[in-house]
Design a protein around this ligand. Structure first.
Ligand SMILES: NC(=O)c1ccc[n+]([C@@H]2O[C@H](COP(=O)([O-])OP(=O)(O)OC[C@H]3O[C@@H](n4cnc5c(N)ncnc54)[C@H](OP(=O)(O)O)[C@@H]3O)[C@@H](O)[C@H]2O)c1
Length: 234
């Protein structure tokens, strides 16, 4: 797909990976609607980008947003959906574990209600995470949610063809998802990536490049691209 002149909706498009994707699509000439619960935090949008407020867990609001902006060609979601429960499974807060699946439900809502308004040669990309296939201790919720996101894409791809759907699986990426700042942040990234083949945190731009590739390449559907510095081989 030539992105120039196309219309894109990017959920989670106001921070981190989604924001970098919004910027790259806009730079390639797409008109982009960047969506989140509190879009004002992105500051003034770049040329070609408009901001919209919507919670991916609110199905009625999502349907209204899609109707307002239909038809569109590119549908991305990098919205985290809610909070993640971390830590060893035998000490797991089970309500927190269940709530971690808000990421899956948010993506599922976007795909379920957005695909009806997507052009026939349109493309969808959503975001899982390296723990889906290489889980480190304490990441059971990330692993099970990420694996279900990848399974959703493989299951849905045949049903919505010729429209395409794919996943990008990031490793450790330097975005606002991590609250720690300064030296504490640097030390955390250094520690958690020390055994990776490329021992550093990735950037949101590096992940967005893979998302844009999956939009542009018309021969790829139902699959996952890892952008993880070699996490799953480490
Ligand atoms: N960063 C990493 O190391 C990493 C690693 C593996 C996977 N991932 C995955 O990559 C995706 C993007 O992560 P990120 O690091 O870019 O996170 P981020 O910087 O925290 O951005 C998350 C975005 O999602 C939006 N959002 C969250 N819940 C939402 C909801 N219910 N409805 C609508 N928008 C919502 C947020 O905006 P509002 O708060 O305004 O709604 C924000 O724009 C996530 O799925 C994350 O799990 C990240």
């Amino acid at each position: 797909m030539d992105v120039k002149g196309k219309k894109a909706i990017v959920f989670g498009g106001t921070s981190g990976i989604g924001l970098a994707t919004t910027r790259q699509l806009a730079a390639l000439g797409a008109s982009v609607v960047a969506v989140s619960r509190d879009p004002g935090k992105a500051g003034a949008p770049p040329a070609g980008v408009t901001l919209a407020k919507c919670d991916v867990l609110d199905r009625a609001a999502l349907e209204a947003l899609f109707k307002q902006h239909a038809p569109f060609d590119i549908l991305i979601s990098a919205a985290t959906g809610g909070k993640r429960a971390m830590g060893p499974f035998l000490a797991m807060d089970m309500d927190g574990y269940r709530a971690s699946f808000d990421k899956l439900w948010g993506y599922a809502n976007v795909v379920r209600f957005g695909t009806n308004h997507l052009s026939k040669d349109g493309a969808i990309v959503i975001v899982s995470g390296a723990p889906a296939r290489k889980c480190k201790p304490g990441q059971v919720s990330l692993s099970s949610v990420g694996a279900s996101v990848e399974a959703l894409v493989r299951a849905v791809a045949p049903e919505i063809a010729p429209r395409r759907i794919n996943v990008v699986s990031p490793g450790t990426i330097d975005t606002p998802i991590l609250a720690a700042q300064g030296a504490e942040r640097e030390a955390l990234y250094k520690n958690i990536t020390a055994r990776h083949l490329i021992p550093r945190a990735g950037t949101a731009e590096e992940v967005a490049q893979a998302i844009v590739f999956l939009v542009q390449n018309d021969f790829v559907t139902g699959t996952t691209i890892d952008v993880d510095g070699g996490w799953i081989l480490s």
